[in-house]
Design a protein around this ligand. Structure first.
Ligand SMILES: [Zn+2]
Length: 230
């Protein structure tokens, strides 16, 4: 991660009494890459305030193809929609990179949200920002080039990880962005030529963050939940 960071940003935004009330009901958990938190249709029994690592919400089509819809790191919460009303997961929630979270029973969180306006407000502001990001993504996916979208996605990863390098195969990137592998390969080659990244054996290093920002589409700045100020 590229900044001072200690634990989940939503929890950190709460005052001491609300934070203590929330933390009293959370359990610290760690997760390896690939861990599935919810499959589509699963009841969301637990909500995860991410401390580190990345969890992706992934839409799964009938033919098995997948596209990432939301990326969650220490700025957010996985399964957060269940904080308002009980509901099944719409997407697969899967750990993209190993990490740690604070897990809370979803019904318990709903009770806390009802009792404590500050917790409700923090979650509402986050979920509203996420909605804005999703609406921007509809335009992004329809109108922006693969190279711009890949740059945006790599910036989002870079924001959330500790250090400049992370493990990602091109096949994985293609599945996250819903692109053909050849399209993704071409986009990655262009970013390599710009000197924005290096790529070796499934490991990506961001070598020139400014170049990566120039290569990304406007969506990275226009509506990205990571830039939310609480
Ligand atoms: Zn875009």
């Amino acid at each position: 991660m590229n900044g001072i960071q200690a634990g989940n940003r939503l929890i950190a935004a709460l005052g001491p009494a609300d934070r203590a009330a929330l933390l009293a009901h959370t359990v610290p958990v760690e997760f390896p890459p690939g861990q599935i938190f919810h499959e589509p249709g699963d009841p969301i029994d637990h909500v995860y305030f991410i401390d580190q690592g990345i969890v992706s919400a992934v839409a799964v089509l009938h033919d098995g193809r997948t596209v990432e819809t939301v990326m969650v790191g220490f700025e957010g919460v996985a399964g957060g929609l269940a904080a308002a009303v009980p509901q099944p997961a719409f997407t697969r929630n899967v750990a993209q990179m190993a990490g740690a979270a604070r897990r809370i029973d979803a019904a318990r969180l709903r009770a806390l949200v009802a009792e404590r306006p500050a917790i409700r407000e923090v979650l509402s502001v986050y979920l509203a920002a996420l909605q804005a990001e999703l609406e921007q993504s509809a335009a992004c996916n329809a109108l922006h080039r693969a190279e711009q979208r890949l740059a945006k996605w790599l910036l989002r990863c870079h924001d959330r990880v500790d250090g400049a390098a992370f493990n990602l195969t091109q096949e994985y990137m293609a599945s996250m962005l819903g692109s053909q592998r050849t399209t993704m390969n071409e986009a990655a080659q262009n970013l390599l030529k710009l000197g924005a990244i290096t790529y070796s054996r499934g490991r990506i290093t961001v070598t020139d963050r400014a170049a990566l920002e120039r290569a990304a589409c406007e969506c990275y700045r226009a509506a990205d939940v990571f830039h939310l100020t609480l």
